[in-house]
Design a binder for this molecule. Sequence first.
Ligand SMILES: [Fe+2]
Ligand SMILES: [Fe+2]
Length: 261
Amino acid sequence: MDERLKALKRTAEYLASKYKVPEFYSHFYHQHAKVRHIYFSDPLIQLVRERVEPELKQVEDLGHGLYHSRKVSWDCGTLLSIELLAVSRRSSLQKRLVILGIIAGLFHDICRHQDNHAEVGARKTAEILKDFPISSDEVTMICRAIRNHEAFVKPVPCTDPYGQLLSDCLYDADKFRWGIDTFTHTLWYMINNQKLTLFDLLKRFPWGIAGIQRISWTFRTPTGKQFGPEIIEQGVALGREIYQHLRNLVANDDQYYNYSH
Ligand SMILES: [Fe+2]
Ligand SMILES: [Fe+2]
């Protein structure tokens, strides 16, 4: 990544450090820790990670590699474990669904470079998962969830209620990344990849922030609807700080104004 973009990313990380941990992560600290434990210790997840990590390296340049997908997988598993408490007390079923949620999170953006990446990614994931000890019904659930993860696109309903839950949890977990993570991580990779000038970025910033705000209304699970808007509000607030910082840079420095890759 270009040095000037790295500096902006560091500024965003510094500004973000002043924000409090969103309530989703403090309130559900234990559930989140349990999911991370499963992520690092379950044998099936270990096999899947070995297979998916080289795929994720290929989308790292878009900010949608392992850093992004692992966070989505942890939040998806956490949302599932919370939502499942209201539906079933069977711990074996709960654990299996959390594992499927983690896998869906890891795979959901493997085709991020391609048009229609959710649908293309779902098809590729189905092909890869054929070689794993995962039933065809489970693969269908994972792939439907991946297909349904894009924002502002009408999701395809799932026939199975657990499949529907998995789909909704993956969506919400992915949209949690539209908070602080947009500015501490994803944005700078996207700009670097698209070779945008900072002037271009400034012009698009208000439109980008409006898009983030619209996500608040799209959460699909009760937990996402309750805790997601705070995560998004933090993203919007941080975005406004970065916008001001960028305006100051551009106003005070011709080099930044004309800066391009
Ligand atoms: Fe995606
Ligand atoms: Fe994603």
